[in-house]
Design a protein around this ligand. Structure first.
Ligand SMILES: *[C@@H]1O[C@H](CO)[C@@H](O)[C@H](O)[C@H]1NC(C)=O
Length: 282
């Protein structure tokens, strides 16, 4: 507790307020795909495509140590079975930390699966999966990762779908020492993605395209061992100290009750020696 409070303080002291309009040219590098990832509309729109030869991907120029990262995304429409769109935070090295959103495509009219995971020190195995309460291919929706010293919150259009609390005091690892970059990619995973790999990608529908707008990082940028934090609302504590209020907790329960399709915390077959500790702490 006290060490995470100290960390929080040092983060707050390093505070610099930076207001900047979203612009992919300024914030993002398209890193692979040989022209299949494009920044358009003078930096306001980014598209990734996948065809039978390659997918594509991008990463943030900055590394962050804590942040609230929002992205508007419109997922691959139509028959997207076999495709996977990833959107995640990840650190470097073999004992990396990672906070994952993955969107598994489906046949036209069938629901996408939103897969989430949290890795700490290279170990994940904390999957939760959801269906959505809207069609993610019709319009842009906001996918957010809040990562502060106390908790990680995954939300969609402001509705939390998952919270992973810092339970280090109970011996559960929590990512807080390694700065992370934002990554996203669109690729073919028809060996496993849709109904366990039964449904293959229909290449006659290629190229597949996912679109991105309004990247916003209220975050602590990590550079040369120092962090400098920003917040568009002017108050960094709004995200650094953010927790779920009563209304948000109710919405989280609504999502988990109605849209959660897999939860590692209830998969007793998978953990015959007992569920992971974070699943049993109250
Ligand atoms: C695809 O649709 C089926 C049938 O509704 C559903 O069971 C499955 O979870 C969906 N998602 C994936 C990725 O297969």
């Amino acid at each position: 507790m006290s060490s995470s409070f100290g960390l929080l303080l040092s983060v707050l002291i390093g505070l610099v307020l930076v207001a900047s309009a979203a612009n992919f040219k300024q914030d993002i590098d398209v890193t692979w795909g040989n022209g299949r990832g494009k920044i358009l509309e003078n930096g306001q729109l980014l598209t990734l495509t996948l065809d039978r030869f390659s997918g594509s991907g991008f990463q943030s120029k900055n590394e962050y140590l804590f942040g609230k990262i929002d992205m508007n995304m419109k997922l691959v429409p139509g028959n997207s079975a076999g495709t996977v769109t990833t959107y995640y935070l990840r650190s470097q090295g073999s004992t990396w930390d990672e906070i994952d959103f993955e969107f598994l495509g489906n046949l036209s009219g069938e629901p996408y699966t939103v897969h989430t995971n949290v890795y700490c020190g290279g170990k994940g195995d904390r999957e939760q999966q959801f269906h959505l309460w809207f069609d993610p291919t019709k319009d842009f929706h906001t996918y957010s990762l809040l990562w502060n010293p106390r908790r990680i919150i995954f939300s969609i259009d402001g509705t939390p779908i998952r919270e992973f609390k810092n339970l280090e005091s109970f011996g559960v690892p929590f990512p807080k020492r390694q700065p992370m970059r934002v990554y996203s990619s669109l690729w073919n995973a028809d060996d496993w993605a849709t109904r366990g790999g039964l449904i293959k990608t229909d290449w006659s529908k290629a190229p597949f395209t996912a679109s991105y707008r309004n990247y916003k990082a209220d975050a602590c940028v990590w550079s040369a061992g120092k962090s400098s934090c920003s917040s568009s609302s002017g108050s960094p504590s709004s995200w650094l100290l953010q927790e779920l209020d009563i209304g948000s907790q109710q919405r989280l329960r609504w999502v988990q009750k109605n849209y959660m399709i897999y939860n590692y915390c209830t998969d007793t077959n998978r953990f015959p020696q007992g569920l992971p500790k974070e699943c049993t702490v109250r």
